[in-house]
Design a protein around this ligand. Sequence first.
Ligand SMILES: Cc1cc2nc3c(=O)[nH]c(=O)nc-3n(C[C@H](O)[C@H](O)[C@H](O)COP(=O)(O)O)c2cc1C
Length: 209
Amino acid sequence: MSEYVKLPHPRTSGDQSLEEIFLNRRSRRDFQTSSLSPSEISQILWAAYGLKEPERGKRYTGKANRTWPSAGAIFPLEIYLVAADIIDIPSGFYHFIPDEHALKLIHDKDLREDLYKIAYPREMIRVAPASLIYIAIESRVMDRFGERGRQRYIPMDIGHSAQNVYLQAEALGLGTCAIGAFDDEGIKQVLDLPAEEIPMYIMPVGYPV
Ligand SMILES: Cc1cc2nc3c(=O)[nH]c(=O)nc-3n(C[C@H](O)[C@H](O)[C@H](O)COP(=O)(O)O)c2cc1C
């Protein structure tokens, strides 16, 4: 099983206007069991945390080369992917690497059943072909901004990114829902991440019913 999945290059044009996407956007909680394509998940991850020009790499334009603004261009987040039904991408738990526009496999377990038990409402996580997991690393902002960075800037940053996911999903005919209600200790156990990584959002993505 490949431990590294290079994602297709994201597209930079679409069929709908931004205004149409605003009108259609809403939280989608019922998903079909249809698979996602590699291009679709590539596009979603690009909107969530991608480099604007991934082919040029981070070194070319510096840290402020993302699809959303971040206080001090610190980008204190990490995004993980629960991949359950994506064509050509084996099921498993992955870390998204923006600099390479790639997924790095952490393990090949399907975490949907475990996450289903600790989030509210539950069913959408069990059905969705993929879920993004947002993690915050507080020390990245506290080193520069102290408590203000932790309390204000991290939630603001996540809001910018999550809205991108909502809008990108709608533009692709997909749907998502930002889930902030979950058992904090339960999710840490399920994800088994380093202690400094704090789970903030789960965003299931799929074709809405
Ligand atoms: C910070 C935040 C946390 C949320 N947490 C949940 C959640 O845990 N479960 C859920 O079903 N929806 C959650 N939502 C989605 C809201 O319920 C939804 O955005 C709101 O009802 C407005 O509906 P709309 O997104 O369809 O316009 C959350 C939204 C935000 C911004």
